[in-house]
Design a protein around this ligand. Structure first.
Ligand SMILES: Nc1nc2c(ncn2[C@@H]2O[C@H](COP(=O)(O)OP(=O)(O)OP(=O)(O)O)[C@@H](O)[C@H]2O)c(=O)[nH]1
Ligand SMILES: [Mg+2]
Length: 353
């Protein structure tokens, strides 16, 4: 499963984001270091294509792809030296696929900022430095262990078998980062976007602009009220840097910021979604952009990569517009592809093994 770790300064809205995403009860308070133990939650990625295909095929089940989010304690300057809660909770996100870095841009005198001023550039630098220092510590620990291992080997290698097969180092600096600029509702309606200095700081990383507080409040409304609120408040909807327009999931329960974040996660990680549909189930699957179809079909079953013979492929919308599989086939819209076909966003596939 795809996993995303949430980092940032204390009291910037990390748990508010987590709660809006996962619907889990978590502690959200106006003081730094509210979160101590990590919160972990799994989110189904709403996808209108699964809904539409499920109706099309009268499927008994529909299954979305999922993402795991991990919300950890805030970091401050000196965390690597034990300041605040230290950086030990970073161990909980060593194995995530990507990092969501929450940065406060909203102004609110009533909400404590650990640096007392709103300065996103400085805040980002502080967190980045702490992540780098944590990596240094990881490397140092590794060196100590391999030094130990060297000595063990010299003495016959039987004293410390535990360090024999050290796994590859998981460095935070190697992970893809999505910046989440946490803005106020009025900043959103005014079309707030990062300025050049801020863009230079994030060096081409993907970002989204949203209000964690608003997203959370929206999750508490009925879908109708939510839609009405978004329409009437003049909110710009998903506001983010270059989302590939091939994927345009417009789920029933639309949360503009969270949808953008999830889509951005897929984009950042170079992923795409393909689908299967039938009477049993309609389902979304995740593959990497550029994957050949046998490799992509591993998501469905690990044996499929080896056993793959051919597949029938059609874009989900083309299939639905055709009215039925039979019609699509008659009109020549269903394509038979071989092992050299590169899977595309929104493909509906039927794999023959
Ligand atoms: N005005 C405003 N307040 C917000 C927003 N997002 C979060 N807050 C408030 O900021 C405070 C901290 O929110 P949390 O979600 O607990 O922040 P956190 O980053 O998880 O904090 P720690 O766990 O302490 O690191 C709470 O009082 C929230 O209600 C926002 O977009 N606007
Ligand atoms: Mg928190």
């Amino acid at each position: 499963m795809l996993s995303i770790g949430i980092v940032g300064l204390p009291n910037v809205g990390k748990s508010t984001l987590f709660k809006a995403l996962t619907n889990k009860q978590v502690d959200i308070q106006n003081y730094p270091f509210t979160t101590i133990d990590p919160n972990v939650g799994v989110v189904a990625v709403p996808d209108e294509r699964v809904d539409a295909l499920s109706e099309f095929s009268k499927s008994k089940k529909k299954l979305y792809t999922t993402i795991e989010f991990i919300d950890i304690a805030g970091l401050i300057k000196g965390a690597s030296q034990g300041e605040g809660l230290g950086n030990k909770f970073l161990a909980n996100i060593r194995e995530v696929d990507a990092i969501a870095h929450v940065v406060r841009v909203f102004e609110d005198k009533n909400i404590t900022h650990v640096h007392s001023t709103i300065d996103p550039v400085n805040d980002i630098e502080v967190i980045k430095t702490e992540l780098e220092l944590a990596d240094l510590q990881t490397k140092e620990k590794r060196n100590e262990k391999s030094g130990q291992k060297g000595r063990d080997l010299a003495s016959g290698g039987k004293d410390n078998p535990a360090v024999a097969g050290l796994p590859a180092l998981e460095l935070l600096a190697n992970k893809k980062v999505i910046y989440v600029f946490n803005a106020s509702e009025s900043q959103l309606t005014a079309g707030w976007q990062p300025d050049q200095r801020l863009l230079d700081t994030i060096k081409g990383s993907d970002y989204v602009v949203l209000s964690t507080k608003l997203e959370l409040e929206l999750t508490e409304l009925s879908p109708e009220d939510r839609e009405e609120y978004i329409r009437e408040s003049g909110l710009p909807g998903s506001r983010s840097s270059g989302i590939p327009n091939a994927a345009k999931p417009q789920p029933e329960l639309s949360l503009p910021g969270l949808d953008a974040l999830i889509k951005k996660g897929y984009h950042t990680l170079g992923l795409l979604t393909f689908l299967t549909t039938g009477e049993d189930e309609s389902r979304a699957w995740t593959a990497h952009q550029g994957d050949l179809i046998p490799k992509a079909s591993r998501a469905i079953h690990t044996d499929f990569e080896k056993l793959f013979i051919k597949a029938e492929v059609i874009n989900w919308k083309t299939l639905i517009d055709a009215g039925s599989h039979a019609h699509a086939r008659e009109k020549g819209l269903l394509h038979i592809v071989g092992r050299d076909y590169i899977i595309q966003e929104g493909d509906v596939v039927e794999i023959r093994i």
